[in-house]
Design a binder for this molecule. Structure first.
Ligand code: C2E
Ligand code: CA
Ligand code: CA
Length: 562
């Protein structure tokens, strides 16, 4: 007896019948047509043409072996080497015993004997093979997520693809759900409580899909995906999730955010991208914000396209000299008159289509995809050459500080690369200052300390950038070898606003004193700020008050003025 396997969805599958004899095509067509869309081909070549255009839509091929032009064996072989066609099961139509075995060995799923006998038997075989293949595809990627019991990501995508194929009439929305501050949550309450929260979240999602239809998976970490029939609002989802948290004694104040992609799935979109957009939408909600749901919109789509373009264009941008470095002066304010002490090199991209692009739109993007190292090395080289040029023209060194991304520090060749840049440009190491953002120190403190020591031993000057914006403890900072502290701009901005702001700035200056290093205040825009800083004992200033970052030609004015 044939097993009674069921199809997912009730859409008509498509079956391709390949036989050179018309009578056979008519008989098979007659048997199948009530249950399937039937396509016909008279030989192997025609069959392949149809398969190439209909590819994934074909659920089964019924294939005669003996045919003119291209026979069945050749069709099987060609199908096996095509990524899409090899997924389609084949039943061979034959009257010869020996051919049966050979075709099964080559990869056919089953055979039907000629002349055709009972229609019910043929129908049963066709259905069984299609259902078997579809189910196997699902099972191959089965396995549940161990922690939550939800579907795994690969199974989820496989299943979603099948839903789309067999229920194209249903409008589905892609959702991404994740927890706000999940890292912090883990730190505060412990890993096992973090896991409880994830399990509880999964339970809430299951409840929701039981009610509304659809299904969910954990994609990674605290990020979950949900594929659900379109809803007018997802407030109900949020309520269900919080209600589930509330009932779970092991879950503390877990908070979530939801991204929704309700755009139409375009032909060329792949499903992972489709869900990734929902995740992108969720990340537009600040972790501290009170809102919970964000929708993917055209603005995000444009941002994404823009970012993809920048990634494509950056290599050419470097080659075509579109990457420009501009310089912002740093002044010593300890004496009566401010004295030029150096410059910070800041990158700009003169893009042929977009005009000037500022670092805020591409630095973190290139940090994510690793391009930052190439870009930064290029900027360092330009800055080093600038030091040399000014030294030759003006007879004095203007040290230039360059930004070193946290990603650059992971790069094994960092120290030797910086050394050779300095040597090739013919400058002293001490004239290249390296700005490393404070938060980089908490990534991998030991490694960073080690590298910073090595760089200092060579003679490079290390400036800790954005000081006060990270979470490093004072004791850690005390053990870090640095030469200069650069206070985060926010301290300067808040300083003149309130008593508290002023007090914070005083604390920062105290820390620098304690560490026995000079302090630079950046983002100084007004005379008032300058006067306060001077009075409190800050040594150096960088900011619009003196100058915005400017091209090297303009900067020379500052050198001439001294
Ligand atoms: P940052 O290192 O903190 O640089 C200071 C930023 O503050 C610069 O923005 C500068 O133009 C701006 N700024 C300077 N003075 C003032 C002021 O008085 N008021 C205000 N409101 N802003 C002021 P920019 O050039 O847009 O750079 C932004 C950030 O991008 C930099 O912050 C730095 O983290 C990063 N960056 C810039 N160039 C590079 C680079 O070549 N490599 C790497 N890895 N990062 C870079
Ligand atoms: Ca900087
Ligand atoms: Ca800074």
């Amino acid at each position: 007896m044939e097993e009674d396997l069921e199809f997912l969805g009730n859409i008509k599958r498509t079956v391709l019948v390949v036989d050179d004899e018309e009578i056979n095509r008519v008989i098979l067509g007659g048997i199948l047509e009530d249950h399937y869309n039937v396509l016909f081909a008279e030989n192997g070549e025609q069959a392949l043409e149809i398969m190439e255009s209909q590819g994934p839509l074909i659920s089964l091929v019924l294939l005669d072996l003996m045919m003119p032009i291209m026979d069945g064996f050749e069709v099987i072989e060609l199908m096996r080497v095509n990524v899409i066609l090899k997924e389609i099961p084949i039943i061979v139509l034959t009257s010869e015993e020996s051919a049966e075995i050979e075709s099964l060995q080559k990869g056919a799923a089953d055979f039907i004997k000629k002349p055709y006998d009972m229609p019910e038997k043929i129908l049963a075989r066709v259905k069984r093979i299609i259902a078997l293949y579809e189910n196997r595809k699902l099972i191959q990627s089965t396995e549940r997520d161990e922690l939550t019991g939800l579907l795994t990501k690969s199974y989820f995508f496989e299943y979603a693809a099948m839903q789309n194929k067999f229920h194209p009439e249903r409008r589905m929305h892609a959702l991404a759900v994740n927890m706000k501050h999940f890292h912090l949550y883990n730190e505060l309450y412990g890993i096992s409580s973090g896991e409880s929260a994830l399990r509880s979240l999964a339970l809430g999602l299951t409840r929701y899909t039981e009610e509304k239809g659809g299904f969910a998976c954990r994609s990674e970490g605290d990020n979950f995906y949900l594929y659900v029939p379109e809803q007018d609002s997802y407030e109900g989802l949020v309520e269900t999730l919080y209600a589930t948290f509330k009932k779970d004694p092991d879950v503390y104040t877990a908070r979530i955010r939801v991204g929704v992609n309700c755009e139409d799935l375009e032909e060329e979109d792949n499903l992972e991208m489709f869900f990734e957009r929902a995740r992108m939408a969720s990340t537009t909600i600040e972790e501290n914000a009170s809102e919970t749901i964000a929708y993917y919109n055209s603005e995000m789509r444009e941002k994404q396209l823009f970012e993809e373009k920048m990634i494509r264009d950056i290599a050419n941008g470097i080659i075509n000299d579109e990457i420009k470095v501009i310089y912002q002066p740093k002044y010593d304010i300890t004496g009566e008159k401010p004295v030029l002490k150096g410059a910070e090199a800041l990158v700009r991209w003169e893009h042929p289509e977009y005009g000037t692009i500022y670092p805020d739109s591409f630095i973190s993007l290139f940090e994510e995809n690793g391009m930052i190292q190439v870009l930064d090395t290029h900027v360092w080289r330009l800055a080093a050459q600038q030091v040399k040029e000014w030294k030759d023209r003006f007879g004095r060194s203007i040290p230039i500080s360059v930004n070193v991304s946290r990603i650059d520090i992971q790069y094994e060749g960092l120290v030797s690369s910086l050394c050779s840049i300095a040597e090739e440009s013919g400058i002293d190491y001490r004239d290249l200052h390296l700005e490393i953002t404070e938060s980089a120190y908490s990534d991998d403190t030991e490694k960073l300390i080690h590298i910073v020591e090595e760089l200092r031993n060579k003679g490079f000057v290390i400036e800790m950038d954005d000081f006060g914006s990270g979470y490093s403890s004072l004791s850690m900072i005390a053990t870090i070898p640095i030469d200069i502290l650069k206070a985060d701009m926010s301290f300067i901005m808040n300083m003149a606003e309130s008593e508290k702001g002023l007090h914070m700035m005083e604390l920062v200056i105290d820390i620098a004193r304690f560490l026995k290093v000079p302090i630079i205040a950046e983002g100084v825009e007004t005379k008032e700020q300058l006067d306060i800083l001077k009075e409190k004992g800050c040594q150096m200033i960088q900011g619009y008050y003196f100058s915005k970052p400017v091209p090297s030609g303009e900067f020379e004015q500052f050198i001439k003025e001294g």
